[in-house]
Design a protein around this ligand. Structure first.
Ligand SMILES: [Zn+2]
Ligand SMILES: [Zn+2]
Length: 464
């Protein structure tokens, strides 16, 4: 398929604008434009757009069997919007792996309330997907992403049951059917669980089947929720490699209803990402002070994402770090150290009295690199001993810490911050993926420091 209806990592309106402006007909022309550096000449576009385009095209051409959640989710969101525009379709729900927050998905699945003939009619009008075949009670469709899309059908009266079955996981469903041969039909999910003598189980933890045993003992805690998030503690501005001014970030934070945000640009040795020199950081601190006076409705924490150097020392001196409200430490260089050395490097930095948060603790990038060799359990234990905060990097390219690390962290009572690490204000919405990952790690609002009010957070930070 040579479709240019969707390129991962590029906004639909930007793609449409480029296609129209250059009157291009296929992907090879688009690739040539990006390679010839023609797109950066358009207003509002730059070399980053070209890089993202080439990366997106490369991904589509590699015909992957699974995709990072963010790409599949963006595509699903466009489809859901398209489907909702049709009066024949009464309800649409994202189900399957995407609803459970699985980090790399093998398919996109939707549950719809509509008649078969009507949905086929609608699908023929949507250029992004192509009918493939009918399988049992679902339609299989091809997508430009390479992974299939399944559309399941349900009536209103069995909607709850259908959504549980199509959300899965298979192990969860097997554990549920231990108590009954089949799931009775109900319109709401909680009625199905209630009928089995269980409380409703959040989709993100419907994985191994053990959650059903926990539910039987009423042992599932109230998990963190997106609505409970009060701020974002890891954000990049134009001062380093971000795309927006601090003022734009503040306004976005206010729009999201946040009580606080932290500006945390890169430190000096990360020259590739525009790392700030000491005097720049001092100037930035002053600017944030001025902006705070103009925007009293949100708390703006002065911060930095400081590189952890190979020997475990930090990339700014203590007298500079002392001027900040929040110091995030992270590894961005010398990835190929032995596990013992890397673990020592990270734990040494974590023990530094001025470091509050360790960002993207394993350094993985989904679909690109597995992360450095580090004994993550040792890092988690160190964080516990020193009351430090570990990050869930909410970027759907990272999701780091990941679910299973978080389950371990939970047993060690480590505090966690869900941070977007956004380099563009649009990416501040990635909080959604971080919260999903947190849920998969059984985290509650007591565990997540950026679900606390500012006063509680401030007190915790000052006691570290
Ligand atoms: Zn970083
Ligand atoms: Zn960052």
């Amino acid at each position: 398929m040579n479709s240019i209806a969707f390129i991962p990592g590029i906004r639909q309106e930007d793609l449409a604008y480029i296609i129209k402006h250059f009157s291009i007909a296929d992907i090879s022309e688009l690739k040539k434009l990006a390679r010839d550096k023609k797109i950066r000449k358009l207003k509002g576009f730059n070399s980053k757009t070209e890089m993202a385009l080439l990366r997106g095209i490369q991904l589509l051409e590699s015909k992957p069997v699974s995709l990072p959640i963010g790409i599949a989710f963006d595509f699903a969101a466009i489809l859901i919007n398209e489907l909702r525009a049709w009066p024949q379709i009464c309800q649409v729900l994202l189900v399957g792996e995407l609803r459970r927050g699985v980090e790399e998905v093998r398919s996109i699945e939707l549950l719809v309330q509509a008649h078969f003939e009507e949905i086929i009619e609608v699908i023929n009008e949507i250029p992004l997907v192509f009918f493939n075949k009918l399988e049992d009670a679902k339609i299989k469709l091809s997508t430009p992403l390479g992974i299939p899309l399944y559309i399941h059908f349900s009536s209103i009266k069995s909607w709850g049951t259908s959504s549980i079955i199509t959300t899965g996981s298979p192990k969860h469903l097997r554990a549920l059917s231990c108590s009954t041969e089949y799931l009775p039909e109900f319109p709401e999910e909680n009625e199905v669980y209630k009928n089995l003598g269980l409380p409703w189980i959040p989709p993100e933890i419907r994985e191994t089947g053990f959650e059903v045993q926990f539910a039987q003992g009423n042992l599932i805690p109230k998990l963190i929720d997106l609505k409970a998030i009060e701020g974002d503690l890891h954000l990049h501005s134009k001062w380093s490699d971000g795309s927006n001014t601090i003022e734009e970030i503040i306004k976005k934070g206010i729009k999201l209803g946040y009580e606080y945000i932290a500006i945390t640009d890169h430190s000096q040795s990360l020259t590739i990402a525009g790392g700030l020199k000491t005097h720049d950081l001092i100037r930035q601190i002053l600017e944030i002070g001025n902006l705070q006076l103009r925007f009293p409705q949100i708390r703006i924490l002065k911060g930095a994402e400081v590189d952890i150097l190979p020997d475990g020392s930090l990339d700014f001196t203590d007298d500079i770090l002392e001027k900040l409200d929040i110091v995030i430490a992270s590894v961005h260089s010398h990835f190929h150290m032995k596990e013992v050395e890397m673990t020592k490097r990270i734990t040494t930095a974590l023990k530094h009295p001025l470091v509050k948060i360790l960002a993207h603790p394993t350094g993985r990038v989904l679909g690109k690199r597995p992360g450095y060799n580090v004994d993550i359990k040792e890092v988690i234990k160190t964080a516990t001993s020193y009351n430090k905060i570990l990050e869930i990097n909410a970027s759907p390219d990272r999701l780091d810490l990941r679910d299973e690390h978080l389950q371990y962290a939970k047993t060690k009572s480590v505090k966690i911050a869900i941070n977007t690490d956004a380099h563009h204000i649009d990416r501040m919405h990635d909080m959604y993926f971080g919260v999903q990952t947190a849920k998969r790690g059984w985290q509650t609002s007591e565990d997540i420091v950026n679900s606390w009010c500012y006063e509680k957070l401030k007190q915790y930070l000052s006691n570290i």
